[in-house]
Design a protein around this ligand. Structure first.
Ligand SMILES: *Cc1c(COP(=O)(O)O)cnc(C)c1O
Length: 939
């Protein structure tokens, strides 16, 4: 008799997302020495902390999910949005969409901390910096910030730092976009900055430490800010200017007007609006300010053979080193979108970009002329792409008439309408637009630009050869391919980065992000056009509440660190409303650097709490410091499970002590991958937490962003969550209300596919995988901070200091792993000289074994040094990583070429070849170069 097998090929959670098969799990459990997965979990996660209920919803298959997403997407209405206000229609070149946006070689990469395996994206990001520096006319640019609004606020913070707090007033141009003003106001309060919002004619230059001015006003006016820059400089202040990259191909650059800092959004360089994001914000600054620049800066250095190599520069400014004294809390930025924008510039070159800008401007002139001829008052005098029209009492009629013709315009006050032209505007759009104003004549395309000579650009830009390549798609495609081939992303190997949760980003989860029904929405489109998005946000919020035990979520923060800041501002708003004045924040010394950096941005005094020998919070020290703070205690920030990868049983005690002093408990939820389905942050005592959707919930890292760091809160904090930025009022942390809304789809898709049971199983297998690695490696690498039962959570810390006496460093181990075909684990954090490994549930037994074999082989090589067989300088560890150039050069090493390039775990046919040898970081910081070096003079 034939019997059905009962095998379910569509089981996404167990067949596709979770790596180990049931048989592999048996093998792994045997190696660990436990009878079952249940037993392992009960040894690992304290019973007292476990949640009592199971997560409820049923899983979907991939097919069902796609159908569901199509149905939800159909509830969004994609219109031609001429709302402007920082977001514009753009054409993503299909070559960039397919080869970067939708290509795992780019989107699954990690932040380029290991530069030897990141040369491709570092080059693309250096192109971005060069593009921004050229267009804005300032010498230094960073590799992206989260959005224009937070970038402007960072500019204010830089100005305050640079002027050393001599003055406390800051001028905010009322012609900045409302969302930019909103975020500046939010960020100003905790810094003790008093913002004056007003027209630039009333800029009180003598009274302020700086000013944020709009190069292109939100209502369209194009300005020359030279006099304002001079006035502010004369009083010792700093000027931050917001600008627009497309306009800058035509108009005078802010650097030439005297701006110190220029910020803006690179969205319209080929990145869809996505109902708010993700997009790359840019920032450039003068040479004098470069050491106070927030975010990541790509620089040029040399490798062990003197070859040119790229790497992240001046990292000592950043929060993982400087903590509360860091230049900012920016960790995850918008790398993937910066790469896309830079490729858009490579793709079009300066001539193409300028031609697009000219077309945009001439259509705007055409519209303005037609409206004037039709009897309307165009209030904007001089403009690039945006005009404001006074329509008197007909405002509602015109808006409705436009909407009927598929066009969104901007409502300004009660009698004006704003409209912005973009790359997608054509004769058809303009005809429909004019009809909405009651003008029936065919528009006569104007060829008379209306920008005065004094405001035109006279300098060159994008002169570097990379922006003058042959633009045949063959060349472009191969350039993008060559760059991605230099990098090691998840499409080639496991990336076992502790605290970063580099899990599978399934193809199906990524698909909806580029669908027009999600990608094409303007963040300020009328609510009835975004029903689909509202459904996504509502359901995702409900599921996250079920997972965490919180009452509500804000989807506004664009990164974990921004979530921390948002959470701390939520606490501050609540405490203010209670009439309390609290300013002390307790943070364990083991915390992620963004915790103290965010606390300092939130105006809190950071008090460090010691770690006990076993890595837990030293509860007596904690109690003493909480008591000392008394009614000044605002909050505690703890990570759970701890950054040491241990489920501390004292978490509830920490929460109780904090609450007893009237403080709030912030639990950093970056380690949720060890908790989903097993324990709820809210039940552990948390009042507020951020979740890193780009870690636990499957959004890819994009080579350093995008990310999403929504915050969940208990009921008493709900009304203090971030406010809608579109209002222009204090209380917003990001430019769009749902942050980078389009990538929420990825997490939502993941949650729907997995079902409640699947998510819980993923957590259990994440713990299994980490314990398997610990079991295989503990004889050679001591495991730090195991729980009482000798188990670790979802990550484990391997001590490489056992090799220290022979001179082998943690760097040697990390770089040697590249020869084996791996990205190194998290290095020297949270403990110097160690590697923190987090395999995630998505890795199979094959890949885990390949990694363990590599680590054991490295231990063997270290033992050879220890035994005196060869010195550390002669060892393959110190020479790692090995390039093909090394192999074909004279070979006088104490080990064979075979050993150099094909150590355990390395693939022979599919060998990953690093393009450069070990990079000299110090050299690059001493000789700081942050724009593309000339071609043909490679060192
Ligand atoms: C990753 C991480 C953060 C910061 O998240 P970003 O999105 O990079 O800003 C904060 N805390 C912990 C523990 C983390 O691992």
């Amino acid at each position: 008799m034939w019997q059905p097998t009962g095998y379910n090929p569509d089981d996404f959670a167990n067949r596709r997302h979770i790596g180990p098969s049931p048989e592999e799990m048996e093998t792994m459990l045997a190696t660990i020495g436990v009878g079952s997965l249940d037993e392992l979990i009960s040894q690992t996660v304290p019973a007292s902390l476990r949640q009592s209920d199971d997560l409820g919803w049923e899983p979907m298959t991939e097919g069902q999910l796609l159908g569901h997403l199509r149905a939800v997407g159909a509830k969004n209405k994609v219109m031609t949005s001429m709302i402007g206000q920082g977001y514009y229609g753009t054409v993503t070149p299909p070559a960039i969409q397919r080869n970067i946006f939708e290509n795992p070689a780019w989107y699954t990469a990690y932040t380029p901390y290991q530069p030897e395996i990141s040369q491709g994206r570092l080059e693309a990001l250096l192109n971005f910096q060069t593009m921004v520096s050229d267009l804005t006319g300032l010498p230094v640019a960073n590799a992206s910030l989260l959005d224009e609004a937070s970038a402007a606020a960072e500019g204010m913070a830089m100005a305050l730092r640079q002027t050393k707090g001599r003055k406390h007033r800051f001028f905010v141009d009322e012609q900045l976009h409302p969302q930019v003003i909103a975020v500046i106001l939010t960020r100003a309060r905790p810094l003790g900055v008093d913002c004056v919002v007003g027209p630039i004619e009333e800029l009180p230059a003598d009274e302020v430490f700086g000013a944020a001015l709009a190069h292109l006003g939100t209502h369209g006016e194009l300005r020359d800010l030279t006099p304002q820059c001079e006035a502010v400089h004369a009083a010792g202040g700093i000027v931050v200017v917001t600008s627009d990259l497309l306009a800058l191909t035509l108009v005078k650059e802010p650097g030439a007007m005297g701006a110190d800092i220029v910020v803006g959004s690179a969205q319209r360089f080929g990145v869809p609006m996505g109902y708010g994001g993700p997009h790359a914000a840019f920032m450039s600054c003068t040479d004098a300010l470069k050491r106070t620049m927030p975010g990541r800066l790509v620089g040029v250095s040399v490798d062990s053979a003197g070859r040119r190599a790229y790497r992240l520069a001046l990292q000592t400014r950043e929060q993982h080193i400087r903590r509360e004294k860091a230049t900012s809390n920016v960790c995850t930025a918008q790398a993937l979108l910066a790469v896309m924008a830079s490729m858009y510039a490579v793709f079009h070159g300066p001539r193409g970009l300028k031609a697009i800008a000219e077309r945009v401007h001439l259509w705007t002139v055409t519209i303005a002329e037609a409206l004037r001829a039709g009897g309307f008052t165009v209030e904007t005098q001089e403009f690039f792409d945006t005009i404001t029209v006074n329509v008197g009492e007909t405002q509602a009629d015109v808006l409705m008439a436009a909407e009927r013709r598929g066009i969104n315009l901007r409502r300004i006050g009660s009698d004006r309408i704003g409209l912005s032209v973009d790359e997608t505007t054509d004769r058809d759009v303009v005809t429909r637009l004019l009809r909405a104003f009651g003008i029936e004549d065919e528009p006569a395309f104007s060829d008379a630009p209306s920008i005065s000579d004094g405001k035109l650009r006279s300098s060159e830009f994008l002169t570097h050869p990379v922006f003058h390549m042959n633009r045949a798609e063959s060349e472009m495609m191969r350039y993008m391919r060559r760059l991605s081939d230099r990098d090691l992303a998840l499409d080639r190997a496991m990336i076992p980065l502790g605290s970063c949760t580099m899990k599978l980003n399934a193809a199906v989860e990524m698909m909806p992000v580029s669908w027009p029904e999600f990608a094409g929405l303007h963040p300020y489109a009328p609510a009835d056009q975004a029903e689909g998005y509202r459904e996504v946000v509502r359901d995702l919020e409900a599921k996250l509440c079920e997972i965490t035990g919180y009452a509500a979520f804000s989807m506004q923060p664009n990164s974990g660190a921004q979530g921390e800041f948002a959470g701390l501002m939520t606490i501050a708003s609540y405490q203010r409303a209670q009439g309390e004045d609290r300013d002390v924040c307790l943070i364990p010394t083991s915390a992620h650097g963004t915790n103290p950096a965010s606390a300092s941005m939130a105006g809190l005094k950071v008090v460090a709490v010691k770690a006990a020998d076993n890595g837990d919070i030293d509860i007596e020290d904690f109690r003493a410091k909480a008591e000392a703070a008394g009614d000044r205690l605002s909050c505690v920030m703890v990570t759970y499970p701890s950054t040491h990868g241990v489920f501390e049983e004292t978490i509830r005690e920490v929460a109780d002590i904090t609450h007893a002093h009237g403080g709030q408990v912030y639990i950093d939820g970056a380690n949720m991958n060890a908790l989903v389905g097993l324990a709820k942050l809210g039940e552990l005592g948390g009042d507020v937490s951020h979740l890193n959707l780009h870690k636990t919930f499957a959004i890819p890292h994009g080579g350093g962003g995008p990310g999403m760091g929504p915050i969940g809160v208990k009921p008493h904090l709900v009304e203090h969550l971030p406010k809608d930025p579109a209002t222009g009022e204090e209380g917003a942390v990001a430019a769009a209300h749902y942050g980078s809304a389009s990538i929420l789809l990825i997490s939502w898709a993941y949650i729907l596919l997995m079902g409640g049971k699947g998510l819980t199983q993923a957590t259990r297998v994440a713990i299994l995988n980490a314990n398997y690695i610990a079991a295989r490696l503990r004889d050679k690498f001591p495991i730090l901070f195991q729980g009482e039962s000798g188990r670790v959570a979802h990550e484990c810390i391997l001590d490489t200091r056992v090799f220290a006496s022979s001179g082998v460093t943690v760097d040697d181990v990390a770089k040697r792993l590249i020869d084996h075909g791996f990205h190194a684990p998290t290095m020297s954090w949270p403990v110097a000289g160690t590697l923190m490994v987090e395999p995630t549930e998505s890795e199979t037994l094959f890949e885990l074994d390949r990694f363990c074999d590599a680590m054991l082989d490295i231990a063997r090589e270290a033992e050879e040094v220890a035994s005196g067989k060869l010195t550390v300088d002669e060892s393959p560890l110190r020479h790692a990583p090995h390039t093909t150039e090394d192999l074909v050069a004279e070979w006088d090493r104490k080990y064979s070429r075979e050993q150099a390039c094909f150590p355990a775990g390395a693939f022979r046919v599919d060998k990953y070849w690093p393009p450069v040898g070990r990079i000299d970081n110090a050299y690059g910081d001493r000789n700081l170069v942050c724009t593309c070096p000339p071609w043909g003079d490679e060192a």
